[in-house]
Design a protein around this ligand. Sequence first.
Ligand SMILES: C[S@@+](CC[C@H](N)C(=O)[O-])C[C@H]1O[C@@H](n2cnc3c(N)ncnc32)[C@H](O)[C@@H]1O
Length: 265
Amino acid sequence: MERSRVLVANWFNYPQYYDIAYQAHTRREADFIEAACRKYCPFAPRRFLEPACGSGRLITELAARGYQVTGFDLSQPALTYLRRRVARRLLHAETFEAQMSNFRLGRLVDAAYCTVNTFRHLLTEQAARGHLECVAGSLRSGGIYLLGLHLLPLDTDPEDDARWTQWRGETKVTVTLRMLRTDLRHRLENLRVCLLVRRGSKELRLRHEFQLRTYTARQFRRLLGSVPSLELCNIYDSRYDIEQPFALNDKVAYCVFVLRRRLPR
Ligand SMILES: C[S@@+](CC[C@H](N)C(=O)[O-])C[C@H]1O[C@@H](n2cnc3c(N)ncnc32)[C@H](O)[C@@H]1O
């Protein structure tokens, strides 16, 4: 096969491949979202919000489970992909273009979630706080927000690449994720994603470099402390076992925080 040229582009604008790359996580995450709502919400949730929903893999899964779902993203190609997908499956989802750090909903939701480090795309403390405040303002009292992100120190060596392959039908997607540099002073991590898509004799190679904000356990706690309308209920790790929360420490890298909109006194 002839080796194709590398396209330098934002891989979130290729949702058909992003979706395949992350498909293995979807069911477990949706099961955990339901389990966390059963455990931490004082009511049975019906309406969900996903900020920065991307291709809508979780939006579609939750809509198929009978929930009302709302999602937004900055990527128009991702939103178009999501809209076509829910329409094809005769489902419904409310979708719109918005910025994670500054959005408003017309109606409050019962629960919200944002996993796989998406929150870390907000590169400043102000943007991160703005996001948490917008989420708190979108939740019913007692509603929960599940926020999944890696804390420092990361469990990977900067020299190590994370590489995985997923298939959908005849399409094979291989993702190689490399951390290029961590700047602890400015709390920024530079990453590179290389995407290799093969379908029959066709091939697409794409490269995307981007930054994420870093958080130690202490920095994350401090940020949470600046948004008093949200309380921390518990923390989970990537096993997604609702029976096994753990105490925040510097050893566990991927954390799922269960935050709750405080009930009025
Ligand atoms: C890692 S993907 C996660 C997508 C989806 N939440 C999921 O779990 O599959 C990150 C998404 O965040 C979106 N994004 C990044 N920065 C954003 C911002 N400031 N506001 C809204 N969306 C943003 C990207 O377009 C991309 O779709």
